[in-house]
Design a protein around this ligand. Structure first.
Ligand code: PLP
Length: 404
């Protein structure tokens, strides 16, 4: 049965820890990782949790305890992974547009690296030659993902080396005697269609004969999770089956073994997260009934940033009749979480919960409008524990230097 926190549990956590509040449920993370492992048990597949989704060290340690690897998108995420206890061989740094000095630091830590520009690949070759294996991040020119803002593999995207520059890559590999250990593509986020991943697999099978030392084929992240009640996510068992067939076919064709790597972020932590807010004001305006909560896009930017949908529930009045509301924040700009949403009748003071808040929620939060960042709690083995405290006034001034 699927792991979830009940309305009563969420209400009691909100009473105890106050709002706004992020709540994570460790057992849901375990469930998601187990689903992946099961679906891919027939092929040698390694999962690297895309830690950008949620980097709290307790979350990282829980994911480590499951046997999962970790993917990082900055050198600081690499340092967090090391601090959490991941071994360097289980850490992957998939870079994008970074200074070469970060790559040098990653090499000194001994982690896996994917490089996404000819410029850094050349610098890498000149410094390390064949001494350090490296992956190449490619741009396949495929449009995929929930919407343009979360699509990364299309032909206008900044991510990866365009595949039409294959000749330049091969020339560099030869000239600098690079040790190309693998190929990487991440086409985007919220990819429901299994065939998108298989399209990339086809591209890999065409390219990989050019890279005789390549042993991993990294298909990135981007598995879709359900956001709406009637939605389904990526068919992970089907993907597992197709990937198994693909790797076996490639192995026979080239007489070489390959590992498939994935970097799921949302799939692992989206559904484990709940964001609890409280209604400050109700305001009727023409036909619109606004419910203004004690939060805003400073705490959960996804709806305003890329039109993401979060299911919302009034956990203080769950049996009341359904009415229509626009759920808005208290930030000094248009700050709408949901337009014309059907919710159980809302009263000022009610708790509203946003679901699917584990990935890219707290992680993208800021102190805009000099508001405090929310606290975070983790529910694990039935115990509720504070894993980061709410900001206090001093946090707003922490890095400021008073010169006047
Ligand atoms: N890998 C890379 C290179 C990414 O850029 C991202 C997301 O931005 C991910 C993995 C994780 O994507 P998702 O959270 O959709 O699985």
């Amino acid at each position: 049965m699927s792991q979830f926190l009940s309305t009563e549990q969420l209400r009691s956590i909100a009473d105890e820890y106050g709002t706004p509040l992020y709540v994570y449920h460790a057992e849901k993370i375990t469930e998601q990782y187990t689903r992946l492992q099961k679906a891919f048990e027939k092929s040698s597949t390694r999962f690297f949790y895309a830690s950008k989704a949620l980097t709290n060290i307790n979350i990282l340690r829980h994911i480590l305890s499951l046997g999962c690897n970790i993917d990082c998108s900055s050198i600081n995420e690499v340092h967090l992974a090391v601090k959490a206890g991941f071994a360097p061989k289980n850490i992957l740094y998939t870079s994008n547009g970074i200074a070469f000095s970060e790559i040098e630091e990653a090499v000194s830590l001994g982690v896996n690296i994917n490089i996404d520009s000819l410029s850094n690949l050349e610098k890498f070759g000149k410094k390390y030659g064949h001494s350090y294996p490296v992956g190449i991040r490619l741009r396949p020119n495929i449009m995929a993902g929930g919407n343009l803002k979360i699509s990364t593999g299309h032909e206008k995207s900044k991510f990866g080396i365009p595949i039409e520059q294959l000749d330049a890559i091969l020339a560099l590999v030869k000239e600098e005697n690079l040790f190309i250990a693998g190929l990487h593509v991440h086409t985007g986020s919220e990819i429901k269609d299994v065939s998108v991943f298989m399209q990339v697999a086809d591209i890999f099978s065409e390219l990989v004969p050019h890279f005789p030392e390549a042993r991993f084929l990294d298909l990135g992240g981007g598995f879709k999770v359900p956001y709406k009640e009637d939605e389904t996510g990526t068919d992970v068992p089907l993907l597992g089956e197709k990937v198994g067939e693909f790797v076996n076919g490639l192995k026979q064709k080239l007489s070489r073994d390959f590992e498939v790597w994935f970097e799921p972020g949302k799939f692992i932590v989206s559904e484990c997260g709940y964001f609890i807010t409280q209604v400050n004001v109700l305001k009727q305006s023409g036909t619109i009934q606004f419910a203004g909560v004690n939060s805003g896009f400073n705490h959960l930017i996804r709806p305003m940033f890329y039109e993401s949908y979060h299911r919302i529930k009034n956990i203080s009045n769950p049996d009341a009749p359904l009415l229509h509301y626009s759920i808005v924040g208290n930030i000094c700009e248009t700050d709408t979480f949901a337009w014309n949403r059907e919710l159980n009748e809302i009263r000022e003071g009610d708790y509203l919960v946003f679901y699917n808040a584990g990935a890219y929620g707290y992680e993208m939060a800021s102190n805009y409008n000099a508001r405090f960042k929310p606290a975070q709690v983790l529910v694990i083995n039935g115990k509720v524990q504070l894993i980061s405290r709410r900001d206090v006034f001093e946090d707003l001034l922490r890095n400021q230097i008073e010169v006047l």
